[in-house]
Write a protein that binds this ligand. Sequence first.
Ligand SMILES: [Zn+2]
Length: 409
Amino acid sequence: MREEIIDRFTTYVQLDTQSNEDSKETPSTSGQWDLIHLLSDELKRIGMEDVVFDENGYLMATLPSNTNKEVPTIGFLAHVDTATDFTGKNVKPQIVENFDGNDLILNQALNVVLSSKDFPELPSYKGHTLITTDGTTLLGADNKAGIAEIMTAMNHLIQHPEIKHGKIRVAFTPDEEIGRGPHKFDVERFDATYAYTVDGGPLGELQYESFNAAAAKVTFKGNSVHPGTAKNKMVNAAKLATEFITKFPENESPEQTEGYEGFYHLISVNGDVENAMVYYIIRDHDKEKFEERKTTMQKFVQEMKETYGDAAVELNMSDQYYNMGEKIEPVLGIVDIARQAMENLDIDPIVEPIRGGTDGSQLSFMGLPTPNIFTGGENFHGKFEYISVNNMEKASNVIVEICKLFEAE
Ligand SMILES: [Zn+2]
């Protein structure tokens, strides 16, 4: 399994599949199509059935049931795109066999060092085979590790027909990193009862709660007048924006919260005397507190209007996604199965709320309850991204084990 998983992963990461927010197309970039075609061929080659992708690049395949039992159809999903934060072009994966636990020089010339000073978990990978970047790109373990793990698990099940399982569905999807992953996902066509995204981080991660999320854009209209004759005439939009920002409680920000604590995050400020704009995201696991945060946003905007007039301030706020826990809690057995699968393989499950969203957040609300399991990767979205091959094998084994447990139920 090891060679197979390394081969797959290192092949996938060499294709540049970075998504692009500015594109209106799905997939948002042509590089994603290259990987979709490659994966489609590979799914057919290993013996998967009904391998099809639609015009938006959603690739689906089936592993038929090999049992007489009634077993719910289970899906596994991963995304083909990589993050927009850092370049994914010319990824040159470096394989470190039998890692000695010491700091790793990723790039001598550029002095890029993966150090336990910055990444304290690093020494715990002593003895593992690691795959790192060459210090100039991200790695793309998010989420190509997930793809390699699902593909390897499916191949394993095909090679071992003595392992009984129900019908398994697989989907590889575009544009997760720009928040559009499930937008055009055809849940009916996928036709699974439950699914898992294989898109988490370190060994043991198992997640079924995400944030509730909204975005708010507040625009301020000023009145630019020559500063020499501005008395009682000038309205400075940039100053209005600054005043608005100070209304928010300083400790309810991403840098001062953790666990189940929500926040307002000021993403950007732009402006001059005439026009200014602030962009916030609002996050909270708790639905009620989430609604309260949106009300607070409206209240602060209202206060600005009362001081500077209705026309001076405008709020555009919309919901982005909701806590998938709401949809998964009624079928919590699917989380228990994933937990059991990990325990059967001597992996300690780490069940923690995601401080973000996954494709599962949207899929769960589209009628497909979808928790998230680990890939084994660390430090996603940057040049220090790396992954343990040992843990990739474990992720693949967890997928196989989940299929077994559903059949054994
Ligand atoms: Zn991801």
